[in-house]
Design a protein around this ligand. Sequence first.
Ligand code: UDX
Length: 448
Amino acid sequence: MKIVVAGTGYVGLVTGACLSEMGHNVTCVDIDERKVQTMKKGISPIYEPGLDELLKRNYKENRLDFTTDYVSAYKDADLVFIGVGTPEREDGSANLDYVFGVCKQIADNVENDCLVVVKSTVPIGTNDKVEEFLKENVNNDVHIEVASNPEFLAQGTAVKDTLFAKRIVIGVESKKAENTLREVYERFNQPIVVTNRRSAEMIKYASNDFLALKISFMNEIANFCEIVGADIQDVAKGMSYDPRIGNKFLNAGIGYGGSCFPKDTKALHWLANDNGYELKTIKATIEVNQNQKYKLFRAAKQRFGSLKGLKVAVLGLTFKPGTDDLREAPSIPNVRRLLDEGAEVVAYDPVGEENFKKIYPTEIEYVKSPEEALKEADLVFIFTEWDEIKSLDLNIYSEVMNTPIIYDGRNCYAINDVKEKRIEYHSIGRKAIFNIEEARSEVAATRM
Ligand code: UDX
């Protein structure tokens, strides 16, 4: 069976690499010749643990190849996985131009009967449209069928999530397509859920949007905890023992980011509206997240009155640890606001610097360690819970900062640990502790 994967982003490349690791012959198609040459050397264009090894091994053992020559690739393909992006349009809907662009190339060139498998996250009903389009446009006398096979990998654990997936969802309209995909996934030895195509498409959106909802729910409860004097981490712990709730995705913070949750919540909400239905929970999820992003910025502005001229350290830029991806990272709009306020920003991130420089090449200073960023800073924002940041000795804050005032958007430190230090600490869903000014005036009062 000759498998071709269209697109070498997170979904396409990881899918291609993992399918070849399981013994299939896979060709990955991308339009970028330089990227193709890099991948042939076993260097992944994306930062993803374990991926380089898979590329190297399977390319060397001739199971995995990369090409820009889509004409030859699609010509004798038995199976084409579409893993190209479906970015958000201005109105929130999903942009399917890349998906249909690939379909046109397949239709023009395929000479074998072929199963086209849509892995990209696409609005419900898209697989039907893709099949219609392929059948209308196909050049040769071949049978083309379409199946939905959504991807559930998370960035930073993409290889593991694919090789040891919790489930494989297959959306098909024929037994033949089901059997082909069962054969593809046989060696993965994971539970397979077979549905029709529309249900499979919905499973993907419903899963992502449910997780986003869970986060927004916890963020709202966290905000309310601050008002009523409860502690969100204790609350989450108490909730987590209930197996119906589970112990994952209960971490309150400054909101979710990344390439999926923001886009997929908006896309489903848009699609529902387009069908005359209002998804109220998804609408609330989006609104809460939008608001949550600026929670700490607003708190700092209130605390200082103005941030003009202050030296602000920023620890963590990426949307979550374990990735260099900045898509929808809360750091981006927050840094914008800090700069608009006239603050001087010094940032540290273990891997996100290069990408952040594409957005803010000269407006902020980049440093190579958290300590350097904190040096003489008036306050610090923590946007990503990298290990380097979580494991930082708390004494550093009071030792090197001008005033040790922390705005921790990821609840990196235990309240009891911070309490022992003379640090002003603002976090999410927990009471702020210590106030530098009050402490200073107390000291002054005792000296009088
Ligand atoms: C997500 C899904 O997990 C994955 O199944 C899907 O295929 C793609 O989207 P990803 O975007 O890589 O994966 O990251 P994930 O680890 O899910 O985190 C998404 C965002 O939620 C991050 O910004 C993270 O910081 C935030 N988050 C996550 C929280 O704020 N609290 C949590 O408890 C968990």
